[in-house]
Design a binder for this molecule. Structure first.
Ligand SMILES: *[C@@H]1O[C@H](CO)[C@@H](O)[C@H](O)[C@H]1NC(C)=O
Ligand SMILES: *[C@@H]1O[C@H](CO)[C@@H](O)[C@H](O)[C@H]1NC(C)=O
Ligand SMILES: *[C@@H]1O[C@H](CO)[C@@H](O)[C@H](O)[C@H]1NC(C)=O
Ligand SMILES: *[C@@H]1O[C@H](CO)[C@@H](O)[C@H](O)[C@H]1NC(C)=O
Ligand SMILES: *[C@@H]1O[C@H](CO)[C@@H](O)[C@H](O)[C@H]1NC(C)=O
Ligand SMILES: *[C@@H]1O[C@H](CO)[C@@H](O)[C@H](O)[C@H]1NC(C)=O
Ligand SMILES: *[C@@H]1O[C@H](CO)[C@@H](O)[C@H](O)[C@H]1NC(C)=O
Ligand SMILES: *[C@@H]1O[C@H](CO)[C@@H](O)[C@H](O)[C@H]1NC(C)=O
Length: 490
């Protein structure tokens, strides 16, 4: 899995792909899909420009040479290890913080295999802070802790790769990591080389601690992070190996959702998560306002999962997991497998929820269409938006979140979601009970959603709604007969 495949940045930048890239490999399949979308865009554009000219006159091969401005050249390339879809795997921090070592990590990898979590998509094993000695060696390189990693970091990544996983490492864009181990500011090239070439990692989480003085940096937040991105890309060019996947962790201080897609595949949007409901709702609320930034290769990182940790109830953990998955956050498990419960496993392995997170056709996040108990666009850390929808390859996804302390009936009109077609009815699939829940005409009600609970639905077009449904418009404002009569709203 971690062997090197042809890394083809050119294909992305030019938006073209030849026979060699149309293999059954899922990554390449993705490229084809994305390119198709762009072909469609260009075709539409061309139709617009030519006005009137029929599609039959358009010559497809000619079009392909016009498909130049597809993926902007400044976006980082996609690697065969991933990054265009949210990264799924494991991170050591929430479960072990600094108490990590090679045997704990290997035990964890084996537990992930035992529980078949890799089969559900969890394929990255990411080592967070505290893996190194406090000092660089005399050559200036970071060295792994002799006590915690006595066999050496490369031995560990070889084992991780042999077990079929990718491996991730951690550093910071400042002088030190958050736990004051050496970090990569002014050592970007050296460290990128160590992480990628010597230690053979596939992924780098890049934190924001130990910020150098302005008189030294003389760069904005973008420049500070671009240093590592540039180092990673130039190393890839030198060696011909795929670059490290870069994931930023600057806690949303500098609005990474507006710039970080040029240098990384994901960026943290807030401070650290805690295993508490109020932390989950606070991150959810914050991200509800920036969900528009999410797309393929560009993910708001809502932080490592707390599923299985602290005192989150079953319903709270389900809500947390559903929101993270449907908002296309990376899904990084971080709980102790020695005490994991079947309930926690069942949440983490809901393939119908994971399928939305990993949708190959639609890269965007679900977004709120109604806040619910609070008025629309209310910024409220304890009571975020409750009614959400988004697209997926299999239908329109809905998430209903009960932020109240008591059970609630939650109803919505289908066309409140922009993705629903007026005049159509929809077959409803409940992604948690994994049942078909009938056909929705005009509206749907979820009964008795538990406190802090969630409902996740997939609505599939099921043909025209029955004739004669009143009123004639599902939304009555400006509902107008073709003879010009505007119907009363009430
Ligand atoms: C890792 O930590 C565990 C738990 O503290 C301990 O049992 C184990 O011996 C340690 N392994 C190494 C290599 O330090
Ligand atoms: C969880 O812990 C927080 C404080 O740490 C507390 O306020 C809350 O009531 C607890 N929730 C449950 C369900 O026990
Ligand atoms: C958040 O919304 C809830 C529900 O409307 C409300 O009770 C609470 O006061 C709000 N919090 C703030 C800080 O406005
Ligand atoms: C939800 O609706 C059902 C059926 O209409 C009703 O019996 C129940 O009391 C309602 N629950 C709440 C919390 O309003
Ligand atoms: C749903 O539709 C009904 C009937 O068309 C309307 O009365 C109601 O206000 C709508 N509710 C929302 C939240 O749009
Ligand atoms: C839901 O739509 C049906 C028509 O299918 C209508 O009879 C009913 O009043 C609507 N309910 C709500 C709450 O809008
Ligand atoms: C869908 O149906 C199942 C099985 O009857 C039920 O458990 C579940 O609560 C229903 N879901 C919704 C959202 O009504
Ligand atoms: C126009 O349409 C309205 C609503 O359907 C109807 O009540 C009215 O009679 C129509 N007027 C004419 C002139 O056809």
């Amino acid at each position: 899995m971690a062997t090197q495949k042809n890394y083809n940045r050119g294909a992305w930048e030019k938006g073209s792909f030849d026979a060699q890239h149309t293999s059954h490999d899922s990554d390449h399949h993705f490229i084809a899909v994305k390119s198709c979308k762009f072909y469609y865009m260009i075709i539409s554009l061309t139709i617009g420009l030519l006005g009137g000219l029929s599609i039959a006159h358009l010559n497809a091969p000619k079009l392909s040479s016009q498909v130049i401005l597809t993926r902007p050249a400044n976006l980082p390339p996609q690697t065969s290890a991933g990054g265009h879809l949210p990264i799924m795997g494991y991170n050591t921090w929430n479960s072990f913080a600094c108490n990590i070592n090679e045997s704990i990590i290997l035990d964890t990898v084996n537990a992930i295999k035992t529980h078949s979590l890799d089969k559900h998509g969890y394929t990255f094993i990411n080592i967070d802070d505290c893996y190194s000695e406090k000092q660089r060696d005399k050559d200036g390189d970071i060295v792994e802790s002799k006590e915690r990693f006595p066999s050496g970091m490369r031995t560990l990544t070889d084992k991780i790769h042999d077990l079929g996983f990718f491996a991730g490492i951690y550093s910071s864009a400042g002088w030190f990591t958050c736990q004051l181990y050496p970090a990569s500011f002014q050592n970007e090239k050296r460290d990128a080389k160590l992480f990628r070439n010597t230690w053979n990692f596939d992924y780098l989480k890049y934190d924001n601690c130990a910020v150098p003085y302005d008189s030294i940096i003389k760069e904005g937040i973008v420049g500070k992070y671009k240093r590592m991105s540039d180092a990673i890309q130039s190393l890839a060019q030198e060696t011909g190996r795929e670059p490290l996947i870069l994931s930023l962790c600057e806690w949303g201080w500098g609005e990474p959702w507006v710039w970080a897609k040029e240098i990384s595949v994901s960026w943290r949007t807030t401070g650290d998560i805690e295993p508490k409901w109020k932390s989950v709702t606070s991150i959810l609320n914050y991200n509800s306002f920036i969900a528009y930034a999410v797309d393929f290769g560009a993910h708001n990182d809502m932080d490592i999962l707390e599923v299985g940790n602290g005192n989150l109830t079953y319903d709270e953990a389900k809500s947390h997991f559903t929101a993270w998955a449907l908002m296309k956050s990376p899904l990084l498990i971080s709980t102790d497998f020695n005490s994991i419960t079947p309930e926690t496993i069942s949440i983490l392995t809901n393939d119908e929820i994971i399928a939305i997170n990993q949708d190959p056709l639609y890269g965007g996040s679900i977004t709120p269409f109604r806040w619910g108990i609070n008025s629309d666009w209310t910024f409220n850390s304890t009571h975020p938006a409750q009614y959400w929808s988004g697209r997926s390859q299999n239908g329109v996804v809905f998430m209903l979140l009960n932020t109240l302390e008591e059970p609630a009936n939650m109803s919505f009109n289908l066309t409140e979601s922009p993705w629903i077609r007026a005049g159509r009815q929809y077959a409803v699939r409940d992604l948690w009970s994994k049942t078909s829940n009938g056909t929705a005409v005009r509206n749907f009600t979820a009964h008795d959603v538990p406190p802090h609970g969630v409902v996740a639905l997939l609505l599939q077009d099921d043909g025209d709604e029955p004739e004669g449904i009143e009123p004639p418009c599902s939304r009555m404002e400006w509902c107008t007969d073709k003879n010009g009569t505007v119907l009363p709203s009430q």
